[in-house]
Write a protein that binds this ligand. Structure first.
Ligand SMILES: Cc1cc2nc3c(=O)[nH]c(=O)nc-3n(C[C@H](O)[C@H](O)[C@H](O)COP(=O)(O)OP(=O)(O)OC[C@H]3O[C@@H](n4cnc5c(N)ncnc54)[C@H](O)[C@@H]3O)c2cc1C
Length: 230
């Protein structure tokens, strides 16, 4: 773990409540796909530290991307959103054990909302390292416009025959023709084999729900890997 000074180089709205923050670090971050950084800031005269998954591919070591949801009333998520380009940030990291050593088994990745930030770089890393196992992403969001990084996953699915993804919407509009419902239900109704690894990232209720469904299907604990955005 090291300390870095980051400079905000870009702040891009992804949807009405999610934005991408690009940060240039003063040194290379020797991180692995799936890890996160802590951002430390004085907000309203109080020191606050919050964790954010590194959403950019892990071969980008000096310029990182975070995918952040603006939480109503949330101190850090709104503070970062309102900082001007060029602002300096105190960053520590990398942290976290939500990484994939090697792909021995087929993998199912499950994310909801900004949980995709912890999953996207792992999928990109595995595919770029020529992992031959089947890699599936089950991505749950509320509405179609909340499917962050859609183009990235569409491109990967065209490029790599062993990668596929499904998006399931919990609050679809009537014209939505794709999957509907929660990721937990999708897993329960569609996953047939338990000799695969499941990686789940997002809010605690969803992560615990998916883990519980997987256990009910017969997955052993060693096949279930989780990252909770507590
Ligand atoms: C390992 C790890 C990685 C994370 N990665 C990301 C990431 O990539 N992107 C991201 O957006 N967040 C991520 N988080 C969550 C992030 O660290 C903050 O908790 C989040 O941004 C809210 O902080 P805040 O200071 O804005 O809200 P606070 O001021 O702490 O909270 C304000 C209120 O909102 C509630 N609240 C807090 N978080 C949420 C939430 N996510 N949804 C709904 N209500 C909430 C709180 O209970 C509180 O009532 C991650 C967390 C962990 C532990």
């Amino acid at each position: 773990m090291s300390e870095y000074t980051g400079i905000i180089t870009e702040n891009q709205n992804m949807t009405k409540d999610v934005y991408i923050l690009r940060i240039l670090l003063d040194n290379e971050l020797g991180h692995r796909a799936g890890q996160f950084v802590n951002i430390e800031a004085d907000i309203d005269d109080e020191k606050r530290i919050k964790a954010y998954s590194i959403a950019s591919p892990c071969n980008q070591k000096k310029s990182i991307e975070l995918c952040i949801k603006k939480i109503p009333g949330g101190k850090m998520s709104n503070y970062l959103y309102n900082l001007p380009i060029g602002s300096k940030l105190k960053i520590t990291g990398p942290y976290g054990l939500f990484v994939v050593e090697d792909c021995k088994n087929n993998c199912i990745f499950v994310a909801t909302g900004t949980g995709i930030a912890g999953i996207k770089p792992i999928i990109q890393d595995l595919l770029s390292r020529n992992c031959r196992k089947n890699i599936m992403l089950v991505y749950g969001v509320r509405k179609e416009e909340d499917i962050y990084y859609k183009h990235v996953f569409e491109t990967l699915a065209k490029q790599y025959p062993n990668f596929s993804f499904v998006t399931t919407l919990s609050r679809p509009r009537t014209e939505w023709k794709g999957m509907k419902g929660y990721v937990q239900d999708w897993i329960k109704n569609n996953v047939k084999y338990t000799n695969q690894d499941v990686y789940v990232c997002g809010l605690p209720d969803m992560v615990e729900g998916v883990a519980s469904v997987c256990k009910g299907l017969g997955f052993t604990d060693s096949h279930i890997h989780t990252e909770k955005y507590v």
